[in-house]
Design a protein around this ligand. Structure first.
Ligand code: HEC
Length: 214
């Protein structure tokens, strides 16, 4: 695959991720504050200023989870696209150094996010116990039935998951071992000696992007 072709693919993919506009309720819809007795009494003072939009933490968990997951997808895809300009081998190194920090930075409004899989590249992405049965379940589900979901986590808190599927760009680094570009193969061997995240074809279930919070 030529770098140009990879770039076009990645741009197309980013387009798909970009369609994922947050459908969180508008802040104004929930910002109506009940009038207080105090405000009624002091009629001559000007009405209080419009209450500020509720703090991000006041949004329902699902909205906050979707927003944080959206940030993670967008930022990772942006970093991947930028890194691909220097070639797929360089991009492996860039993912290695940047993905963990990007993932940590995408946490927002009391929500932590990450990616996981049954076939891991980075052992740091190993699934928490609540994600294990979901990985198996989504692996069996046909793609058109695999919808994002909110679950209660045993022991407290809520979890949110979205399935991730392999696209054309992804096989550059997650496809069949023998088909990987040599610079990718070399970097993967050096950086991830235990790499299990290969052998995927376009359309395969790759894993989950997740969020946790209260
Ligand atoms: C340039 C090579 C490259 C490309 C292209 C690429 N990845 Fe990865 N991927 C990596 C590397 C390196 C890691 C490990 C980085 C980390 O999270 O620490 C990784 C990790 C992951 C993980 C986290 C689970 C794990 O195995 O550690 C998922 C999920 C994932 N990739 C999915 C995708 C998807 C989906 C695409 C296509 C949109 C894609 N990747 C494209 C190199 C790549």
């Amino acid at each position: 695959m030529t770098p140009i072709r990879i770039l076009i693919l990645s741009t197309a993919l980013a387009g798909i991720a970009g369609c994922d506009k947050a459908d969180a309720p508008k802040a104004e819809e929930t910002a109506e504050a009940p009038k207080t007795v105090e405000a009624e009494k002091t009629a001559e003072t000007p009405p209080p200023a419009e209450p500020a939009a509720p703090a991000a933490e006041a949004q329902p968990f699902e909205a906050r989870a979707k927003a944080a997951v959206g940030t993670l997808k967008k930022t990772l895809m942006g970093a991947l696209q930028a890194a691909m300009k220097a070639g797929p081998g360089e991009a492996v190194t860039a993912c290695n150094t940047k993905a963990p920090a990007i993932t940590a930075a995408a946490a927002q409004a009391g929500v932590t996010v990450g990616r996981t899989s049954r076939k891991l590249r980075n052992p740091g992405n190993a699934p928490a116990p609540w994600l294990v049965p979901l990985l198996d379940e989504y692996a069996r589900l046909p793609k058109d039935q695999a919808k994002p979901r909110v679950v209660d986590i045993e022991g407290g808190g809520k979890g949110y998951v979205e399935p991730l599927y392999v696209g054309g760009l992804c096989v550059t680094c997650h496809g069949a071992q023998e088909g990987l570009p040599p610079p990718v193969k070399d970097r993967l061997a050096a950086l991830y000696p235990q790499d299990a995240a290969v052998g995927y074809a376009a359309g395969d279930f790759r894993g989950l992007i997740w969020a946790t919070g209260q």
